[in-house]
Design a protein around this ligand. Structure first.
Ligand code: IPE
Ligand code: IPE
Ligand code: MG
Length: 253
């Protein structure tokens, strides 16, 4: 095949860059705040504050980039192992983030949801989370889900407990438990599965994030530390997604 024919065939099979598949649901493990601060000789919380500022930019970029669902990992069920100072600083940051961003999120038509074990968080924070969910319940733009006190195993365990209660009470028959039923008990029951999971900071692990939901997600592990994750870096990662061949267990042709 002549070069130009080859190029044309590739163009036809891939489509123009604008037609390449885009992820509808992107989930991000926002990692590297601590290292970012340490590199600057500052306390870890300085990095968490810089990271929180980056969240706004990334949420705002979603409509233009075709991302309808964005799920971000803010605090894991394992992060309680950190020092009391860091944990308290993070909880205070989450409270102030919600207070400061609530109106802007609603005005930008962003629907906010939280996933994770809510009763394990302090009551003031829980109240702010409930309020923000209520305040944005009618928004129809980007669906932003924030994972706080979230762990994939914890989520599956909590879901199984409720499923078992339904079986015990006769509301659910054991023979009806299948791949469709179980996810209805997960925190993410209203969300589609993520198409793409991005982790910043160079670590190539999932750290207990969206275990069930990511069964067929594409992964991107990038070296950028979360506070340096700009809209441009985000756009670059999404462009890469368009080149992937997602087979879901099938075969080509
Ligand atoms: C991610 O940054 C934010 C949270 C886990 C809350 P880290 O705090 O894990 O930053 P590193 O990995 O120590 O650099
Ligand atoms: C995952 O990052 C949790 C969040 C980003 C909130 P961690 O920094 O806690 O994960 P590990 O400890 O490196 O696996
Ligand atoms: Mg980390």
């Amino acid at each position: 095949m002549a070069d130009s024919e080859e190029a044309m065939a590739e163009e036809i099979s891939l489509g123009a860059p604008g037609d390449r598949p885009r992820p509808c649901h992107v989930a991000i493990i926002m990692d590297g705040n601590g290292r970012w601060a340490t590199m600057r000789g500052r306390p870890r919380l300085f990095g968490h504050h810089a990271g929180a500022r980056r969240v706004r930019e990334i949420v705002e970029a979603c409509p233009d980039l075709g991302v309808k669902y964005l799920t971000i990992f803010g605090f894991s069920t394992e992060n309680w192992k950190r020092t009391q100072i860091e944990v308290a600083g993070l909880m205070s940051l989450f409270r102030s983030y919600i207070r400061k961003e609530a109106r802007a999120l609603r005005d930008r038509n962003v629907r906010v949801r939280f996933i994770g074990d809510r009763p394990g968080l302090d009551e003031k924070l829980q109240a702010l989370m409930d309020e923000l969910e209520e305040m944005t319940a009618e928004c129809t733009g980007t669906n932003l889900t924030i994972a706080l006190n979230y762990g994939g195993r914890d989520e599956v365990a909590r879901a199984t407990k409720r499923l078992a209660e339904d079986v015990a009470s006769g509301r659910l028959l054991p023979e009806n438990v299948d791949e469709e039923t179980l996810p209805r008990y997960l925190d993410t029951y209203v969300l589609p599965d993520p198409d793409l999971v991005i982790r910043t900071s160079g670590e190539a692990r999932i750290s207990n994030f969206l275990l069930w939901q990511s069964a067929y997600a594409e992964y991107e592990f990038i070296d950028t530390l979360w506070p340096d994750f700009t809209r441009e870096v985000f756009a670059g990662v999404l462009a890469n997604f368009g080149k992937r061949d997602r087979r879901f267990g099938g075969a080509k042709g």
